[in-house]
Design a protein around this ligand. Structure first.
Ligand code: CA
Ligand code: CA
Length: 149
């Protein structure tokens, strides 16, 4: 299953997504990851929380990791962040990020949707988590795949 998810985006498309993450992390100390799943039974937020743990995304100094989870076969997605973020951001923070992706996903333009979400995250996170001169890439700028088991 995870092989077919890997093939969902071409290498070039994956490169575009990873570049967006790299760019974003030059604006903010927040650490962004993208995880692609096949289909998602049930609530994508719950699944995203499980994947967040699986990827050990809590291992950031400021607890400011963000995971974009997307199940490509049924267009279900979730964006979740670590507790460092939720103590700082406005109430509509997550809505703003989700809205920036939703329209694209509905139309099946997944790469554009992910890039839009990543760009929005960068802008929003840079307010409370600006880029630091001594920045460390705490979580790899890679797309991960599969059902997280
Ligand atoms: Ca960083
Ligand atoms: Ca990173």
């Amino acid at each position: 299953m995870s092989e077919s998810v890997k093939a969902f985006f071409s290498e070039e498309q994956q490169h575009v997504i990873v570049e967006a993450i790299r760019r974003a992390e030059l604006m903010t100390s927040g650490e962004i990851r993208v995880h692609l799943d096949g289909s998602c039974q049930g609530d994508p937020v719950r699944k995203a929380i499980a994947v967040f743990r699986w990827l050990k995304m809590h291992k950031t100094a400021q607890r400011n990791g963000v995971l974009i989870y997307l199940a490509v076969k049924d267009s279900k997605f979730a964006v979740i962040g670590d507790k460092g973020i939720n103590t700082h951001v406005r109430n509509d923070f997550w809505d703003t990020v989700r809205d920036s992706m939703h329209g694209h996903f509905v139309q099946g333009t997944f790469v554009e949707g992910l890039v839009s979400g990543i760009d929005t995250l960068a802008t929003e996170l840079s307010v409370n988590f600006p880029y630091q001169e001594d920045d460390v890439d705490e979580l790899p700028n890679e797309i991960s795949f599969g059902d997280g088991k």
